[in-house]
Ligand binder design. Sequence first.
Ligand code: AMP
Ligand code: MN
Ligand code: MN
Ligand code: MN
Length: 290
Amino acid sequence: MGKALRTVNADLHCHSAFSDGTLEPEVLAARAKANGVELWALTDHDELAGQRRARDAARALGLPYLTGTEISVSFAGTTVHVVGLGFDVDDASLAAGLAATRGGREPRAREMGEALAKAGIHDAYEGALTFAGNPELISRTHFARFLVERGVCADTQEVFRRFLVEGKPGFVPHRWAKLGDAVRWISDAGGIAVIAHPARYKLTPTEDYALFVEFKAHGGRGVEVVTGAHSAADAQRYAGTAREFGLFASRGSDFHSPEESRIDLGGLPPLPQGLTPVWEALEPRIQAPA
Ligand code: AMP
Ligand code: MN
Ligand code: MN
Ligand code: MN
């Protein structure tokens, strides 16, 4: 790759219009390249439909690529995200697991529409669907964009705060995949499972510890240390978790859209010293340009 793999500008977490991002895979690839990304992965929620287009676009730009996804799982009464990297994109069990996970989204979205109607906001399901590039992947983000368009809130952050988080009128509890299942789908497909943005979960210190104990027991091998939602202090905290649990460290912006995302592709600080980047362990899985 021209320079030490350890120090490349890797961005291994972002979303296209195949989930809740607004850009097409080719546009993301070009943006990553222009921003100095040297190793890239598209990690759409519960979906692999954008993988080939992302890989082909990256290849044409001379940008090394790792396959990716971000799986929604339920743990300790909350939703946790597990990023999978470097798996075989044609693996049948992974595809089946993701299809089952996606299957819960439509009924959940209809319930969200009903819940919002009770709060005086009508036709939100139909409205959110017009924002979903992939109807199987209708998410809270699409509802948030619709409520901004309706003029109910000024921005998507405000929609989440007022309507879409636990205890608010549009929140519908949902049962996602099991942690162990998601980790196995990724690992059995030849990839590495990574706990995404751990500082975002409202877990007690005991639950946070239990998450990593259970994750490792199922074969999980990585933790996202540097990511869009993490402060410098969060990165230091989860660098400690990586050392304590012997996990590889990952780095990814979690970029969704130019209008909504605070951190652009390639715009993150480096990993803290002394960690082993997950992309070193995945070196044989990197798809190099021709
Ligand atoms: P879902 O998978 O439908 O539950 O939607 C989760 C997505 O909503 C996440 O992947 C984020 O993109 C987005 N999200 C979650 N919380 C917030 C928030 N507080 N502000 C903005 N976006 C959020
Ligand atoms: Mn998202
Ligand atoms: Mn996430
Ligand atoms: Mn994400």
